[in-house]
Design a protein around this ligand. Structure first.
Ligand SMILES: [Zn+2]
Ligand SMILES: [Zn+2]
Length: 366
């Protein structure tokens, strides 16, 4: 039987590993209550040695271990569970070296768990130079907590560190004039931010830039160039969905062929991308709290951005039933769902009813 001191019993002269083995068996077997044996001096010494072993580990080593853990944690609870195991981990866990490395998944706090401590944790990470935390907290502050200036400056801090998602988020804010009036839109600024994010390989930014170039929105119209960016976006999306390098994704598209460059045209069911923690937070937050009257959400399910003023987002020009914060969201939602749902039927019905109200509602379809 293994005891508290495990295999550290001293050998007695007869060579018996456990001097209390016989007595213990006897005691239990005959129903005698087993009394806790006082620890011997040797065991006390062993126990002290064990405690000292952990205490004797240098902080640098523990910080390195905790940093690796925070960089690879797959959820916030993964990290917190370890930090709560002892006082020393709790203290070292808030070291900037550990917080700066916290992974995107360990920062992906759910809206239902939002509290002062969660806010403080993200802020500590952001203050430690964690760009992902700057971006996530920036989005939450800008869209959910209504702290526009603070949120935008956090996103700007991440963008200055070449955080692609933050650059793209700022581009969307510039395109829509979010947090200000319609006059605050800065299309050129939006395209410049988008181009920087696209250069870093951000798929939505590539798609947005492609549409801007195709339509001449905020930049001189260059259709071929725009189409090239759209192909790039699709290739990157396919490569990340199929978990293959870009070269292989390119070969897959060429094999799929027909000279048509867009994946949606091939009818390929590309797996829906994993939603970023900040977007999931916004979807859950506004799903639970609702929106002010007249304010709408972006209709792409993985976005979660709400309007910051009435009629900020563009509507689908065919059905008028959906709204998008960006061309990238529109293109994605079209591919995933809206292609099958979009119908100008309601508009036709309304037009027909307006043209002949006394005719008894004869629709365009007869
Ligand atoms: Zn959107
Ligand atoms: Zn539509």
């Amino acid at each position: 039987m293994q005891t508290r001191s495990g295999f550290f019993y001293p050998k007695n002269e007869s060579g018996n590993q456990d001097p209390f083995r016989g007595k213990r068996k006897l005691g239990i077997g005959f129903g005698e209550p087993y009394r806790k044996r006082p620890r011997t001096a040797v065991e006390e010494h062993d126990s002290t040695t064990h405690d000292d072993f952990f205490d004797g580990l240098p902080d640098d080593l523990l910080l390195l271990i905790l940093s690796n853990l925070s960089a690879s944690a797959s959820s916030p609870s993964d990290l917190f569970a370890v930090l709560m195991t002892c006082k020393r981990f709790k203290g070292l866990g808030v070291n900037p070296m550990v917080l700066a490395k916290a992974s995107a998944k360990s920062l992906a706090i759910r809206a239902k768990n939002w509290c002062e401590s969660a806010h403080r944790f993200l802020k500590l990470c952001a203050d430690s130079g964690n760009l992902e935390a700057c971006y996530t907290l920036g989005m939450i502050k800008f869209y959910c907590l209504g702290s526009r200036g603070n949120g935008a400056s956090l996103m700007a801090r991440a963008a200055m560190g070449s955080h692609a998602a933050a650059l793209y988020a700022l581009a969307v804010i510039q395109f829509n004039g979010s947090g200000g009036s319609k006059m605050d839109k800065d299309l050129r600024g939006g395209v410049a931010l988008c181009a920087r994010a696209a250069f870093l390989g951000h798929i939505d930014a590539l798609r947005e830039l492609g549409h801007c170039l195709q339509d001449g929105y905020g930049v001189r119209r260059k259709v071929t160039e725009g189409r090239r960016f759209l192909i790039q976006a699709n290739l990157r999306e396919l490569a990340s969905a199929a978990k293959v390098p870009m070269v292989e994704a390119s070969a897959m598209v060429t094999a799929g062929g027909g000279g048509c460059p867009l994946l949606s045209d091939f009818g390929w069911a590309v797996e829906e991308r994993e939603v970023h923690g900040a977007n999931r937070f916004m979807v859950e937050w506004f799903g639970a709290k609702g929106l002010d009257e007249g304010i709408r959400m972006c209709s792409h399910v993985g976005c979660g951005r709400p309007e910051t003023r009435r009629h900020e987002f563009r509507r689908c020009s065919v059905c008028g039933a959906v709204n998008y914060c960006s061309r990238a969201c529109q293109a994605l939602h079209w591919k995933l769902a809206h292609k099958a749902e979009c119908t100008p039927m309601e508009r036709w019905n309304l037009a027909a009813a307006a043209a002949a109200p006394e005719a008894g509602g004869g629709g365009p379809m007869g």
